[in-house]
Design a protein around this ligand. Structure first.
Ligand code: ADP
Ligand code: MG
Length: 357
């Protein structure tokens, strides 16, 4: 039968997307400026994430994949950012329970020599060996869900769809990560290795988007730069009760900035841009269906039938939302969403009006 550990791990790692999200975030946390994601057979055979980050200290080998082990507590002294980024030491432990898993890692001082770490399903270190390696860490996840037959079958059945979903997520990470070189490839069992997409270590998100979607496509986008204050007492016509209410709130938590790139609502122009939308909260990719709906509604009010290309990073105070809604933290709950959407639509309408001829 299944162990409790397996069942709990299944909540953090529910699909290919959660595997990649966890591993890529670990690479970013390790300060990587180069991240290479390699799929084998759409991820069914293997997912490998190689970075050139800080590597893992030998003192940590024993504990790294144990449940609730994290080396990141000391780095983040305030609890708000802890909960935001979801440092809880569950990803590696879950992957040990749900796949054939190993790590190759080095430290800057190790030269061309790396250490291969192999683990028990429980996350206990089984053994280490010396291998050749470049600076950084490579995490290898083979035959995901091999020990959960129903979920494995499901993954096999939906392999292509799962793979294209995971590409979208990696795409979002690649485009938001300024100064990080990304490369994603897929090796089918027979046949060639194909590069899905890649970015250079660019200085701007616009350059990242150009690498992925082509410079010509991106040239048509206008900058998205919206800022508004959600504090009702700062709004013209605010009632006394709104002022009283907002006086109890933390004033720092009510300013919102939205930065990014968007296609203009000009007839014919939409055809040149892919029907693609990426949303972020404080530079973390996340799904925000209500926000997406607001963008689409305003865009369509200019008589454009297509949806806009949107790349939008919402800068919010950590009090303004909750990431602990779903175990994989992909779903975000925005407090005060109704008011936020209203302000967003006003600001978007104004932006588009200036650009719609
Ligand atoms: P968390 O990220 O919440 O700390 P994880 O299970 O994702 O938990 O990772 C456990 C620990 O493994 C991290 O705290 C970090 O010390 C180490 N680690 C994981 N991936 C990497 C990586 N790519 N480079 C360096 N260290 C890593
Ligand atoms: Mg992690």
């Amino acid at each position: 039968g299944r162990s409790v550990h397996q069942i709990q791990s299944g909540q953090v790692i529910i699909d290919l997307q959660s595997v990649c999200k966890e591993l890529v975030e670990n690479s970013i946390d390790a300060g990587a400026t180069s991240i290479e994601v390699r799929f084998k057979n759409n991820g069914l055979d293997a997912i490998e994430v190689q970075d050139n980050g800080a590597g893992i200290a030998p003192d940590d080998y024993d504990t790294i994949a144990l449940k609730h082990y994290t080396s990141k507590l000391a780095t983040y002294d305030d609890l708000a950012s802890l909960q935001t980024f979801g440092f809880r030491g569950e990803a590696l432990s879950s992957l040990c329970a749900l796949s054939n898993f190993h790590i190759v890692t080095t430290r800057a001082t190790d030269g061309p020599k790396g250490t291969k770490l192999e683990f028990e399903q429980s996350g206990k270190l089984r053994g280490t060996s010396v291998v050749a390696a470049k600076q950084g860490t490579t995490v290898v996840v083979e035959t995901l869900f091999h020990n959960l037959p129903v979920r494995r079958k499901e993954l096999e059945k939906n392999a292509k769809r799962e793979y294209s979903k995971v590409l979208q997520l990696l795409n979002a990470y690649a485009c938001i990560s300024v100064g990080v070189k990304f490369s994603v490839s897929n090796q089918m069992s027979k046949g060639r290795k194909t590069v899905a997409f890649s970015t250079n270590a660019n200085p701007t998100t616009r350059d990242n988007l150009s690498n992925v979607y082509g410079a010509k496509t991106i040239a048509a986008l206008i900058p998205l730069n919206l800022a508004f204050d959600m504090d009702p007492s700062n709004r013209p016509g605010a009632t006394q009760s709104a002022r009283n209410w907002s006086a109890q709130e933390d004033p720092g938590s009510r300013k919102i900035t939205i930065l990014g790139h968007i296609s203009r609502p000009v007839v014919g122009e939409g055809r040149q841009t892919p029907d693609r939308q990426m949303f972020f909260v404080n530079s973390r990719p996340c799904s925000l269906p209500q926000v997406a709906k607001a963008f689409n509604e305003v865009y369509r009010s200019f008589n454009i039938t297509q949806s806009p290309f949107v790349f939008a990073d919402m800068k919010l105070d950590t009090n303004a939302y909750d990431v602990n809604v779903s175990p994989d933290k992909r779903t975000i709950l925005l407090h005060d969403q109704t008011a936020l959407l209203e302000r967003l639509k006003e600001a978007l309408f104004e932006l588009f009006e200036g650009h719609a001829q």
